[in-house]
Design a protein around this ligand. Structure first.
Ligand code: ZN
Length: 250
């Protein structure tokens, strides 16, 4: 298909299947983030920061302890992550964000600021306290969860579009104590999730997560097999040291 066709399809959510027009779910496109005409190396500001949030899950090609800095400064790391996003989404691999890329990014955004395949309600504390009662305020937790969602969207695509189930997202201090969580758990800030990926082992999920900019990884393999992912080095909440429990595996 031509570039124009693709852009039109992404904006309208209309795809042709067997000659018939079919509406697909791209919730929130109408109210999606308003981007400039393009962003490239040397660009700075709020839109660059938003771009960095949205391509953060494309931090590496394979197992590598690196993440995209969310600093509003479009440098080589941002360009490389954007290029990986473009390749994965069948867009020209330019490292420059233009209207086609912004359409693809906005197709991942829901009207309430969550992402296409995740809801804020999946990440709220299981004791019913929503995003309250943690170690930072609810608004900060919600923003941290939003950033986490974009990394998880990347992981989901790398997993071939398999569904990701969130078994634990944000935890209030009280709930974290009741489940025996660490006293400075990244779950208390909304920067961590415990996940299952349909059809994949925790080892396979771990390997995929190694390329998504996650700085905290732990496989739980006994009675409750899930994968813990977090972004500890990007926030001033913990040690800022990378912590991959199984080291680098591939
Ligand atoms: Zn966890």
């Amino acid at each position: 298909m031509t570039t124009f066709d693709r852009r039109t399809l992404l904006k309208t959510g209309v795809v042709l299947a067997g000659g018939a027009a079919v509406m697909t779910a791209f919730p929130g496109v109408a109210s999606a983030y308003s981007w400039p005409s393009s962003l490239r190396s040397g660009s700075t500001g709020a839109a660059v920061k938003e771009l960095q949030i949205r391509v953060a899950g494309w931090a590496a090609d394979g197992p590598k302890q690196t993440c995209v800095a969310v600093d509003g400064d479009f440098g080589p790391g941002t360009a490389a992550a954007l290029t990986r996003f473009q390749v994965a989404n069948h867009l020209p691999a330019t490292g420059i964000a233009d209207s086609d890329d912004f359409a693809a990014l906005n197709a991942l955004e829901s009207a309430d600021g969550s992402t296409a395949h995740f809801e804020f309600g999946e990440f709220t504390s299981k004791d019913g306290s929503g995003f309250d009662g943690g170690k930072v305020g609810a608004a900060t937790v919600k923003e941290n969860v939003r950033r986490l969602m974009y990394k998880l969207e990347a992981l989901r695509l790398k997993a071939g579009g398999r569904a990701i189930t969130i078994s634990s997202g944000f935890r209030s201090i009280a709930h974290n104590q009741s489940v025996g969580g660490a006293s400075n758990s990244m779950h208390l800030y909304g920067v961590a999730a415990d996940i299952y990926v349909s059809g994949l082992s925790t080892r396979q999920v771990y390997v995929l997560a190694e390329a998504c900019g996650f700085s905290g990884l732990e496989r739980y393999t006994l009675s409750d097999a899930h994968q813990h992912v977090d972004s500890r080095v990007e926030y001033p909440y913990g040690s800022q040291s990378w912590w991959w429990e199984s080291g680098t595996i591939s």
